[in-house]
Design a protein around this ligand. Structure first.
Ligand code: NDP
Length: 165
């Protein structure tokens, strides 16, 4: 069965990026991202790929772009979110950003893995609101990062079952 999980780190205002980069340096979140996604396909927007700059090892990298000529070694392309979802049929895949792709993928995702960074940054890219009629918080782990001097939490949200007809 296909399982689509959105994985994202956001600040207190749902900010996720500034100038096509991450607003914070949080090594514990990088390690969490690697641990959770390794061995699974990852799906991202072309701008997020540009921001990372290379395919991430140990994962099938799928980049969504409208440009039919866009190519990069070690990367598969998809021309829409639906086309990317079709490429990962039957697998447990992760949608890793950015804002444009998250907005579209909220309609098809089963699960959200959110790192809440407990600080506010001057972001120019944002995650959409999480509608509590559609999503329920399933788990929460609170942490503190001594190296980054930041509080953060790993939170899992699951899609609410559709109401009986
Ligand atoms: P995205 O990474 O979402 O990429 C947008 C691009 O994806 C578009 O320009 C287009 O590529 C392609 N695209 C989007 N929708 C479609 C579609 N329906 N069909 C085909 N192609 C499509 O860009 P954003 O600017 O929204 O987000 C980037 C920001 O997010 C950065 O600041 C980054 O650092 C941040 N980020 C933060 C994360 C976090 O967890 N905090 C994680 C990931 C990113 P093209 O122009 O080539 O056609």
């Amino acid at each position: 069965m296909t399982q689509l999980t959105i994985i994202v780190a956001m600040d207190t205002q749902r900010g996720i990026g500034i100038d096509n980069t991450l607003p914070w340096k949080l090594p514990e979140d990088m390690a969490h991202f690697k641990r959770v996604t390794t061995g699974h396909p990852i799906v991202m927007g072309r701008k997020t790929f540009d921001s990372i700059g290379r395919p991430l090892p140990g994962r099938r990298n799928i980049v969504i772009t409208r440009n039919p000529d866009w190519r990069h070694d070690g990367v598969e392309t998809a021309s829409s979110v639906e086309a990317a979802v079709a490429l990962v049929a039957g697998q447990q895949a992760f949608i890793i950003g950015g804002a444009d792709i998250y907005r579209q993928a909220m309609a098809v995702a089963d699960q959200l893995i959110v790192t809440e960074v407990k600080k506010t940054y001057n972001c120019d890219a944002f995650f959409p609101a999480i509608d509590s009629a559609q999503w329920r918080e399933a788990s929460r782990e609170e942490h503190a990062s001594p190296s980054a001097d930041l509080q953060y939490a790993f939170v899992t949200w699951r899609r609410q079952p559709a109401p009986a007809a």
